[in-house]
Design a protein around this ligand. Structure first.
Ligand SMILES: NC(=O)c1ccc[n+]([C@@H]2O[C@H](COP(=O)([O-])OP(=O)(O)OC[C@H]3O[C@@H](n4cnc5c(N)ncnc54)[C@H](OP(=O)(O)O)[C@@H]3O)[C@@H](O)[C@H]2O)c1
Length: 425
């Protein structure tokens, strides 16, 4: 065994044990840590370290992490792109980053003022934080608060560790029929998709929706939300295997984007090339219309630069393009005539507030929306999981076992559990 492998093995050997009773904290814990000097590909940026366990402040809770969920945000955190997160949130105070914006676990210690939760409660965690003192939190929306930040991305104490520090308002009851890893897998992307479609676009039965990345983290929940709302959707994917998953989740059909590779905007096109690109966008929009019966009322966007001109063109007059990311680039360049002449709307959206998270979580508890798990990896797989995600080799979600000794533990009721996406990779 190489020295690095040996070090990982030593640190993760007893990861499922903690040297303290509930209500007390050990001095140290094992965590995957990113530091500014090693930002780069996830396989290099994430390193295991022994690090202090934080104490909970007022209205804060320390949760023992049983399982964590993997999200694209910590691919960005590893890369240090588009900006280094070390300059934001509480990172300047601590000088390191423990990623992880999804978790299931057990309340281990509560800070002053916490009354809704007690030691021993089984929880999942939503990833929005905001200061109790900001007026926006009390009258507008915590997403509008100047203090708003994403736990485990813009904050230091995320879920790829034995313990995590969160605000009490982030806690939600763990759905009883889910295992630890299933419960840890869905929050960030599902709650984001919920706000995008239900709050920001007022999704209605009978509407038509185009979903980019239909087999990805956001996409698998956007499709299920459309299905239970009685809306008709088509998912865009890059393989037939992913297409099968999309149909299984309730999409009418899928489109393989490789058939329309020419529609992707690079930003480097000459006027002639742009004309050709537009021909491919037009053919794509025609296919969408054929599948849905008409142009979509809503386009669900997160790909950004490569697809945005096609999204604006494809959405129906007076329709909405709702966007929460720009994975392929965030400087968007599109022909605005299709926007103003047809009175279309572009709507920005970012995560969700605690009330939306609670309502969305009830649909998981009732089994109407199900987590979609591709793989569950042991704790030593955190860096590998982010690498797989960056390379777009996954479907749905990846979970990480932390305190849970094996998969399948933590269920206390019968229920449908997660959908398992067993292909790809
Ligand atoms: N603002 C927020 O609150 C928020 C919340 C969640 C996520 N995000 C961001 O949203 C983005 C997606 O997150 P995710 O969790 O859904 O990631 P994901 O699991 O990687 O899924 C994204 C999907 O996008 C598709 N895709 C990738 N490159 C593409 C391209 N060039 N053209 C068209 N489709 C492409 C891939 O599907 P195919 O290859 O099958 O097409 C992939 O499955 C990330 O940038 C993430 O950081 C933002």
């Amino acid at each position: 065994m190489e020295v690095a492998e040996q070090a990982v093995a030593t640190l993760t050997e007893n990861i499922t044990e903690v040297a303290a009773q509930p209500g007390e904290l050990p001095e140290k814990m094992v965590a995957w840590v990113i530091r500014e000097e090693r930002e780069g590909e996830p396989k290099d940026a994430f390193q295991l370290e022994e690090i202090e366990v934080p104490e909970p402040g007022a209205f804060e809770v320390i949760v023992r992490v049983m399982a964590a969920g993997v999200n694209y945000n910590n691919v960005w955190a590893a890369l240090g792109e588009p900006v280094s997160i070390m300059r934001y949130g509480d990172h300047p105070q601590y000088g390191h980053h423990i990623g992880g914006s999804d978790a299931s676990g057990v309340v281990w210690k509560v800070g002053p003022g916490v009354t809704r939760w007690k030691v021993g409660d089984e929880v999942v965690i939503h990833c929005n934080q905001a200061s109790y003192e900001d007026p926006e939190v009390h009258g507008l929306d915590p997403m509008a608060a100047p203090s708003q930040r994403i736990w485990g991305y813009e904050t230091t104490w995320g879920s790829f560790a034995q313990f995590t520090k969160v605000q009490a308002q982030q806690l939600l009851p763990k759905p009883k029929a889910l295992s630890w890893e299933e419960a840890a897998s869905y929050g960030l992307v599902y709650f984001t998709a919920y706000r995008m479609l239900l709050t920001r676009c007022n999704l209605q039965a009978g509407q038509r929706v185009l979903i980019w990345g239909g087999a990805g983290g956001l996409g698998v929940f956007a499709i299920q939300l459309c299905a239970i709302a009685g809306a008709h959707c088509v998912g865009v994917v890059s393989s037939a295997e992913k297409g099968d998953l999309v149909k299984r989740l309730g999409a009418i059909d899928y489109i393989d984007r490789n058939e329309f590779a020419g529609m992707m905007r690079t930003g480097e096109e000459s006027p002639e090339q742009e004309k050709e690109r537009f021909v491919a966008s037009r053919a794509f929009a025609k296919r969408v219309k054929e599948i849905l019966g008409d142009a979509p009322d809503i386009v669900f966007e997160h790909v950004g630069k490569a697809t945005f001109p096609t999204s604006v063109f494809t959405v129906k007059p007076f329709g909405k393009v709702v966007i929460c990311a720009g994975t392929t680039g965030y400087n968007l360049d599109f022909d605005v005539r299709y926007l103003w002449m047809k009175q279309k709307e572009i709507i920005g959206s970012h995560f969700a507030n605690a009330y939306e998270c609670m309502k969305a979580n009830e649909l998981i508890e009732s089994g109407q929306i199900r987590p979609v798990l591709w793989r569950t990896l042991p704790f030593d797989g955190v860096a590998e999981a982010h690498q797989l995600m960056m390379e777009n080799k996954h479907l749905g979600k990846i979970a990480i076992l932390v305190g849970a000794e094996r998969e399948g533990l933590g269920k206390s009721a019968e229920g449908p559990g997660a959908i398992y996406a067993e292909v790809g990779g």
